[in-house]
Design a protein around this ligand. Structure first.
Ligand code: ADP
Ligand code: MG
Length: 244
């Protein structure tokens, strides 16, 4: 879904550059996200997608360029302060505690929130319901399916007060059915007004949601548009096939 373009972008990356030693992982990336957007970041492995996410939430500070939230330069703001602004991320690497139950994992995540928790059981039940995990609260996280664990990751990210949700490969390792279910979850969250940015690898996931797309390649914005335009782009096909 496209957000409200009549307003200023809620999030703006301006020439964001991040280097690791001699490697420029993110190279002058510009990105405008509007309130209510559903935006996908795609591109081959090593394109810099996860690094862009980490500069948005503050795990990396850009070497140059700015991260702007509602007109404010937050490039050097600490991650916990950005979390208070409403940034919430599901990283590419798992963050679920396998030896805790689904409900206990949620309690840990909920405890990160600063205030406004009046009925924790209800809040946890609501979040689990949003991702289709109601009824498995008492199961050990190690015992639920891979797909369910990925949905739990999303529920954990939803435990805080979210304004901008960032999901790094939420359908990694999923079956096609689970991927469609994940698309349904994301569509519903976006329909409720949440601004969502998703990193994805496969086009089937993108197809299920028809979002705005930014293609990254070698740390740079390669092209932007809707899926129909992206798919017709021969150069995009080539970078996905590793020919460039
Ligand atoms: P993507 O998520 O698109 O696969 P990444 O953002 O993870 O790409 O990585 C982009 C490039 O930066 C890769 O070459 C990767 O090896 C490198 N890189 C990512 N994180 C680090 C790090 N913490 N230290 C050194 N190099 C890194
Ligand atoms: Mg990545």
């Amino acid at each position: 879904m496209s957000g409200n373009r009549a307003q200023e972008p809620i999030l703006r990356l301006v020439d964001v550059t991040k280097r690791f030693g001699g490697l420029t992982a993110v190279n002058k990336v510009n990105l405008d996200i509007y309130e209510g957007d559903l935006h996908f970041l795609i591109g081959p492995n090593g394109a810099g997608k996860s690094t862009v996410f980490k500069t948005i939430v503050g795990y990396h500070k850009p070497d140059s360029g700015q991260v702007i939230y509602k007109g404010q330069d937050i490039s050097n703001m600490e991650p916990y302060l950005r979390a208070r602004l409403g940034f919430s991320i599901k990283f590419q690497t798992p963050s679920v505690y396998p030896d805790l139950t689904v409900g206990q994992n949620m309690t840990v995540a909920l405890n990160r929130r600063r205030s406004g928790i009046t009925n924790p059981e209800q809040e946890i039940a609501d979040r689990l319901h949003m991702v289709g995990l109601h009824g498995v609260e008492d199961m050990l996280a190690s015992r639920i399916s891979h797909g369910q664990r990925q949905w739990l990751e999303i529920a954990l990210a939803l435990a805080v007060d979210v304004e901008i949700l960032l999901l790094d490969e939420p359908n990694a390792g999923m079956t096609p059915d689970e991927t469609f279910r994940t698309a349904d979850i994301i569509r519903e969250l976006n329909r409720r007004g949440m601004t969502i940015i998703v990193i994805a690898h496969d086009m089937e996931f993108v197809r299920a949601l028809e979002p705005e797309i930014t293609v990254l390649h070698l740390g740079k914005v390669f092209t932007e548009g809707r899926l129909s335009e992206i798919e017709r782009n021969k150069e995009v096909q080539q970078i996905y096939l590793g020919k460039k």
